[in-house]
Design a protein around this ligand. Sequence first.
Ligand code: E4P
Length: 217
Amino acid sequence: MKFFLDTANLDEIRNAAELGLLDGVTTNPSLIAKEGAKFEKRIVEICEIVQGPVSAEVTSRDVHSMCRQGHELSKLHPWVVVKTPTTKDGLRAARCLIKDGIKINSTLCFSSSQALLVAKIGASFVSPFVGRLDDISHDGMNLIREIVTIYRNYGFKTQVLAASIRHPLHVVEAAKAGADIVTMPYKVFEQLFQHPLTDKGQDQFLKDWERVKSVVT
Ligand code: E4P
């Protein structure tokens, strides 16, 4: 399973990359706005750290503008993957970009029927939003399970990128469901390392090691 960070913060990206655990990054207009960074410049900065797919989202509604912006974004860096919305026009734009050899991440996917369309047009990634479905009392993880099953049934090549991840259990459940990738906020990435029994056990072992060191014969 590949790990992506869902962030536009360079320190967070550097920290995860340094651990050798970062396979890619997803951004969206809200995450870029939070950093107060210039969009194109920040995407290039992220690509230079990551050495893996970096999703950059188009920010228009009509097909022509999405296509134009998608082409521009794809020229920023070879690692750029263009994120298009999973709407009818988003899929139209995605199709024209794919024809030109541009990789697509179809974002804001909330149903298996949408995911089926995304795979049929040959997108590289589909991003089902788990947390936002949970927020409205739908089982977000069930969507991941359904999409993985459907894609396996037909051998679709589109990778399932579990998004809108809120806690470590989402990561584990997405892994159990067979998602190809999980994109998570840095806070969740940090939480993956934590277990109170690991800390407690380590403290005890180090304390006991002090006693071992003082034995002379
Ligand atoms: C995915 O690519 C999106 O950027 C992201 O996962 C959205 O998550 P949110 O629901 O926490 O905003």
